[in-house]
Structures are given as C-alpha cells and as structure tokens.
Design a protein around this ligand. Sequence first.
Ligand SMILES: [Fe+2]
Ligand SMILES: [Fe+2]
Length: 440
Amino acid sequence: MVQDQIAQLYDSLHGILEKEGDIVLRARLNAFYINGVRVKFDYSNYHIYKSLWTDFQSKEISAISFSAETSEDELQRFLQIWMRKDLPSKGACEKIVALIDSENIDHIAVEKIAPVELNVSREKSAVRLYFSGIHLLKEVFEKQKEEGAFNLNLAKRWMQSIYNHIQDDESFIYGLTNIKNYDDYTLNHSINVCVLAIAFGRRLGLTREELIDLGISAFLHDLGKLDVPKEILDKPSTLTNEERAVIETHVQHGAERLIELKSARRLPIRAVQVALEHHLKADLGGYPRYVRKKTVSLFSKIVKIVDYFDAITTKRVYRPRTLTREEALKEMQQRSGEEFDPVLLKAFMHMIGVYPVGSLVALDSGEIGIVFEANPHPAFYMRPKVKVIADSNGQVIEGEVVDLTDIDAETGKFKRTIVKCLDPEEYGIRVADYFLARAS
Ligand SMILES: [Fe+2]
Ligand SMILES: [Fe+2]
C-alpha cells in the first residue's frame, strides 16, 4: 500500500516537474503554497491540512523542494526519513538535513523556518506603524493652517505599509484597533477607522491604488471636528438640539478643509465625498440632509460602517458603557438596510467574524481567553486561536495561545470550545494591552 501511494505521489510530482522544472511546497502564514499557488483546503480535507501543518511546524520546516531530476527511489528514501519516529523534538530539521546528505538524496531539500524573531519584529513594526499613524495625523490636525502641513506622499506610504501588514497578518492589525482613547479620541479613532477600512476594502477586492485612496479618505474623515468646540465634543450629558447641530456641521467643515488643503489638487476627490457623506444612512437619512441625493459613494458607505463600529466599541464620557465587538455587530445587523448598506454590512460582519479578534471569551474548559487570531478556514470560523488569560479557577495566568481546532487524542473531541463572549470592562481587562505585550 505504501509503495502504491509513493508511486502515485511520484506520478503527480513528475507531472508538475516536467512542466515547471521544480516544485516548492511552502508553508506560510497558515497556508500551503505549491510554486507560489495557494493550496485550497475545505471542510472535507481539513484534517489533511491540519496534520501536514502540525508536521511542518514540529519539524520546524517551512518548505520542501524537489528539482527536476528527482527519482522515485529518492522520493521513497526521503519519505522514510521524514516519517522516522526517532527525530528529535528540538532540531528535527537539522537531523533531516543531515540524513538527506548522508543518504545522498541530491534532488530533494528542506528549508528551516526562519527564527521566531522574524514574527516578533513584524508585530513590533506593526505597533510602531500604528502609533506613527496617530502622530502623522496629529501633525495634520495641529498644523492645518500652515502651508504644506499635510504631506500626502508620507500619508500614502503609511497606507501602503498598513496594507502590507494586513496582507501578512490581518489578525494582529485588527488586534491593534482595540487600542482606544490613546491621546486624543478623534486621532486614535481615525487611525482605527483607517486600518479597518483598508482591511475591509481589501476583502471587497479593491485594487491597491483604490485602497490607498480609501485609506486617505478614512484617515481624514473627521477632520471637520477641528471646527467643533471641545466642550461640545466631550460633553458628558445629553446634547441640546443646538449642540447636536453644531456637531453635525463637522461633515461640511471637513469637506471644506479638504478642498482648501494645499495639496488638494492631488487629494483624491473621494476623500471630500467621504468627509461629507460618512454620516449618511443607507436610506439617505442621517446628515447632511440632501434635497435630491440619490446615491452615496462606495467609499462613504465603507467608512460609514467601520466608523460606526469603532465608535460604539469605544468608551467616551457620554458613552460610559461600550458594546463588546460581538454586541456591536449584533446591534449593527439590526440596522441593516436602514442605516447600512446590507450587502456591505454582511461582508463586514463576515470579515470581523463571529468572535472578532480582541473578544474576551469563556471556554468550556472553564478558562477565559482573548481571541488572538481568526481561523482562516471558513468551516472553522467558530474556532479561532485564543490566548488563555485565566485558568479554570479564575486565577489570572500568563497562558499560551491555544488553537480551538486542537483535538483531544483520547476522546477525539475538541479540547476547548467557546461558550460565550464576556465584557472585558466587567472583568477590568484592557484587551489592547495583550496585543501590545506581544509586540514588546
Ligand atoms: Fe464623523
Ligand atoms: Fe468618525
């Protein structure tokens, strides 16, 4: 049987080798790639993916490559090495390399996973990038009147870097949007809106150039808040009608300021639309009130959704009780069609997931954890990766990040399952701290 399987594998490899010269099977960011093309797994063969992935991880191997001259005999000897039971748990990769050498297997090679530091520095640089965005925007807000205060190219490069980070590790960058009320609310909020808008736009299939324009638009969507007195913006009690009207003017002021901006000629015109339209509802209610408006731009609809989501999940003097991310999605769903474009909202909810990154969750093991990473496989969207922060006795611990698809070998059942979402407020937990700690 084994011989048969190897012969079949060899045939498939040979077919590709003849066409492409060589084959590289690479494991990267929770996915497998054959010569750069992502291998699709679904519910039915997920167990194959999972065992292969675990195998690669435990052997610390990131890729196997086969060159054109690979023979069936070599493949067989390589697999014998790969499946040896006596490989050390530390240094398996080195051992495999040594065995490949001593067996004179010349056409098959393995590549070791780059040191973990690589990941750490990626997270560190994401955090640095996040805060540099706040400072960049602060400059724009503070020096608005000065000539050339807004460096559009710098902002575009920043969007580009955010985009790259999202492509590398979407979850971590969502995690950062749990940072709230750092420095000035409007600045922190605008950065979250910007990051979420780029991530959302990417899911919607916008091009790289469009995403940069969308990012710039989101970045500056509340610029008009500069024209609203702080006392009104931060008023803890209910606003009077007059005060509410003043706040609502931020959309016109924002659009005006953007038109006036020195670099306005190169600013995407859509940024002006977004500033003006991001409080318009899908049914054209909201503000500003138009006499004859028929459509709202796509960018405005996108920013409307992420803006609302970030706002209701942020604590403010006038909003002491915030919604958890899960509750926020529920409440938004109830306003689908009236407040939000239903199709876009659906896509947004799909992106954020049932258990959004940063949610505090109770597990059936009695432990409490924070959702760190969404499961990339749609079939397992209920089973993200979770960092355990309290054990089953309620004791706060520095727990590990566990994968909820892990199965207990004895019972054959999942080791842990989410029971419900908890409110971090109630437990005095600042979720963002856990993401920042991971990058330090
Ligand atoms: Fe706004
Ligand atoms: Fe906003």
